[in-house]
Design a protein around this ligand. Structure first.
Ligand SMILES: Cc1cc2nc3c(=O)[nH]c(=O)nc-3n(C[C@H](O)[C@H](O)[C@H](O)COP(=O)(O)O)c2cc1C
Length: 393
């Protein structure tokens, strides 16, 4: 059985668990996905929010947590992988298992304040990959190189941009080519059904039927055409650099049929977020997971995030309260670059709202989710989900 090559690393199953902040994809979720043959991604968004010093010195607390979470994930993934190796599912990879190292990396949003420091810290910690969206990661190759030089790590950290259109794929791949004579190790295409911040305007979401009740309104063929275009663009660079650049489709992938559909468009794999939230191993608190299970499709709405981008979330009291006016910021962590977040005019603080979600303070919480969150009926084990999803792979 052939496995997917990403840079000089291999991945047993072409499934990335998408980075989810704040506190949704940390070491536990990433380790279980990676230990079961997928790619586990830790989100650096306020990754140190449980550190005692977080509210006083958020950035140092976050930077410390980058290494601690990765170390924890590596140790746990090794244990999970031992179990995987004993399972029937491992049989077809027999010759690949001896040297296989569970694939674990970070999602670092470009809009993050001190983005460069997070990237360098992740490389120093020994991340297998850095996946970056919420802006175009123009300087990512240079920052990874710098981290590599500081740390002396021999194995190169792979880089993958998240794009939503052919235009953004073209811009970032062209820039990396011109400025650094390099290209991506993988590309993630994030579509309009994804969770968290979305790389689309309200009008674009509406035109694609992805703003509300997506199960009946979503114009899948329309965005599928864009996915094919993006893949075409990536293949140009694949040819130019003489290396495989696997493309992963994200947003609304929930079942093995969804995976098969993404592959039929020419993708090499998928990135999934929402499906992994309702697992025992997900780092979110239990009541967060329960809101997914209780949600009906009409509860899943598009909201305006203070950073100006639309985001998808489950409607709750906090969102209703926002309609009455701005919610004062209690404590600014300087989490976002000032060009992205204007502290004086924002309707609420995104970090506070996401940290409240991760700390079970539902009345102040913003509950990010993908368009499929209402489909969860029970809490599952990551191993069972991976088993189900990879039946035909
Ligand atoms: C709760 C939640 C938080 C998320 N946070 C981030 C994030 O911090 N950075 C990011 O690039 N994507 C984030 N995402 C997007 C996921 O990584 C993933 O690409 C997307 O949700 C895929 O769509 P799906 O949820 O339908 O599978 C988030 C998604 C969810 C559901």
């Amino acid at each position: 059985m052939e496995v997917l090559k990403i840079g000089d690393r291999s991945l047993l199953y072409p499934i990335i668990q998408g980075g989810m902040g704040v506190g949704i994809s940390l070491s536990s979720l990433a380790a279980h996905v990676a230990g079961n043959g997928g790619m586990g991604i830790i989100s650096t968004a306020q990754i140190g929010f449980r550190d005692d010093d977080f509210y006083k010195n958020p950035i140092p607390a976050n930077l410390r947590a980058v290494k601690t979470e990765l170390d924890k994930a590596r140790a746990l993934a090794a244990q999970v992988f031992e179990k995987f190796k004993d399972s029937n599912r491992a049989a077809k990879f027999l010759d690949k298992l001896k040297d296989y190292v569970p694939f674990i990396g970070f999602n670092i949003m470009v809009a993050t304040n001190k983005y460069a420091d997070y990237v360098i810290e992740a490389v120093k910690a020994g991340a297998d990959i850095i996946i970056s969206g919420a802006g175009l990661p123009i300087d990512l190759p240079e920052l990874v190189q710098k981290g590599q030089e500081i740390s002396g790590n021999e194995k190169k950290t792979c880089i993958a941009p998240i794009v939503s259109s052919r235009k953004s794929a073209k811009v970032i791949l062209k820039m990396w080519d011109r400025k650094y004579k390099t290209t991506a190790d993988a590309v993630v295409i994030e579509g309009p059904l994804a969770g968290g911040h979305l790389g689309f305007s309200y009008d674009e979401l509406h035109e694609l039927g992805a703003d509300t009740m997506a199960s009946k309104n979503y114009k899948r063929d329309k965005y599928d055409a864009e996915i094919k275009e993006i893949i075409e663009e990536v293949r140009i660079y694949e040819e130019k650099f003489g290396k495989k650049i696997p493309v992963f489709v994200a947003g609304g992938i929930y079942t093995k049929e969804d995976i098969a559909h993404a592959m039929s468009l020419g993708a090499d794999g998928v990135q999934m977020g929402t499906r992994f939230v309702t697992t025992y191993e997900c780092d979110a608190p239990d009541d967060y997971k329960q809101t997914y299970i209780d949600a009906k499709e009409e509860d899943i709405v598009i909201t305006k995030s203070p950073v100006g981008m639309p985001g998808r979330a489950i409607r709750n009291d906090f969102m209703d309260r926002l309609k009455e006016g701005p919610v004062p910021i209690r404590h600014c962590c300087n989490c976002l670059a000032t060009s992205v977040c204007d502290r004086k005019t924002i309707p609420y603080c995104i970090t506070e709202a996401l940290c409240c979600a991760a700390n079970s303070d539902e009345s102040h919480a913003l509950l990010f989710c993908g368009a499929n969150a209402y489909r969860a009926k029970k809490i599952e084990h990551v191993a069972d989900i991976m088993n189900e999803l990879t039946e035909n792979i």
